[in-house]
Design a protein around this ligand. Structure first.
Ligand SMILES: Nc1ncnc2c1ncn2[C@@H]1O[C@H](COP(=O)(O)OP(=O)(O)OP(=O)(O)O)[C@@H](O)[C@H]1O
Ligand SMILES: [Mg+2]
Length: 285
């Protein structure tokens, strides 16, 4: 099977990336760095990346706010948090009912704070549509009371709706997980187009942090083929770290823990630690 890349993507993508080593210089100087994990394609590893990158950054000494902006609430359950009417959620934060500080739950590892969600977040999509400047609601919230965090990571739903638009408008950069499989780049041009529109209309500083290859399976020739082609065409825009397919990564959510606290030596845990180091190193250049 021949794996082919749509060459038009290369042109679009070059507008949206800065060389990696220049990202730190171009982004706004105030802390924290806001990263959206986005791809409207489902099941590519967004939540796994949000959960385990945030844990790895915290384990590397950073203070991290993780926002579950997906009504599926998989990020919350991956940390063992099942939202209910009793606890404030991201829905309440978005609608201005509670502050980030009052909704953020401290969860191991040390330094990690989670703003959880429930399926009720679906209703926020409707509520937001009634609000003026609905695209920048989250951006305004995050610029108010989040100075103490080093990183804010936002897990986006598999759609390009108003929740993803809010995340992209609030973000400094976007991480795009791509699963190492045949249809990896399907829909990527639509995502890049959305990012370009948001950059033009709402968030001129928005950049793509990088493409993250996920679920790489070394027993599968196609994984090598996809990784090689994506790297060939997008070069330095692809993270050096590749996330392997690792059963521990799919098991740890059912234990309500990031993989680092479930099996810290497994290949998935080591890969996400490496990704955190790669990100931190960019900031320190
Ligand atoms: N590297 C990996 N190795 C093995 N399993 C993985 C890996 N990454 C993700 N998975 C599994 O693949 C499935 C989809 O992953 P995940 O939920 O992170 O994707 P997603 O992009 O957030 O999905 P959605 O679009 O539905 O939000 C999950 O069951 C997850 O446990
Ligand atoms: Mg998800």
């Amino acid at each position: 099977m021949k794996y082919e890349i749509d060459f038009r993507l290369k042109k679009i993508i070059s507008v949206l990336f800065f060389p990696n080593n220049k990202i730190a210089r171009f982004r706004k100087t105030a802390m924290p760095k806001v990263l959206a994990i986005a791809n409207q394609k489902g099941g590519v590893g967004k939540t796994t990346t949000a959960v385990n990158l945030s844990a790895s950054l915290a384990a590397s000494g950073k203070k991290v706010l993780l926002i579950d902006s997906d009504p599926q609430a998989n990020t919350s359950s991956s940390y063992g948090v099942r939202g209910s009417n009793e606890i404030p959620t991201f829905y309440d934060v978005l609608l201005g009912k509670v502050s980030v500080k009052d909704s953020a739950i401290s969860s191991p590892p040390h330094g990690l704070f989670l703003v959880p969600s429930t399926p009720d977040l679906v209703a926020a999509e409707v509520e937001l549509l009634k609000i003026e400047s609905r695209e920048s609601v989250l951006r305004k919230i995050l610029t108010r009371d989040c100075d103490s965090y080093n990183y804010i990571i936002i897990d986006c739903p598999p759609s390009l709706g108003i929740l993803t638009i809010n995340a992209l408008t609030a973000a400094d950069t976007v991480i795009i997980p791509l699963q190492c499989e045949y249809f990896a780049l399907e829909g990527l041009s639509q995502l890049l187009y959305t990012i370009r529109i948001i950059k033009a209309k709402f968030n001129p500083g928005l950049l793509i942090e990088g493409i993250l290859l996920t679920m790489f399976d070394r027993r599968n020739k196609l994984s090598f083929s996809v990784a090689k082609d994506v790297k060939k065409h997008f070069a330095k825009k692809v993270f050096r770290t590749i996330i392997p397919r690792n059963v521990r990564l799919s098991e740890s959510p059912s234990h309500g823990k990031p993989v680092l606290l479930y099996d810290q030596k497994c290949p998935g845990a080591l890969a996400y630690l490496k990704l955190a180091k790669e990100l931190i190193a960019r900031e320190e250049k």
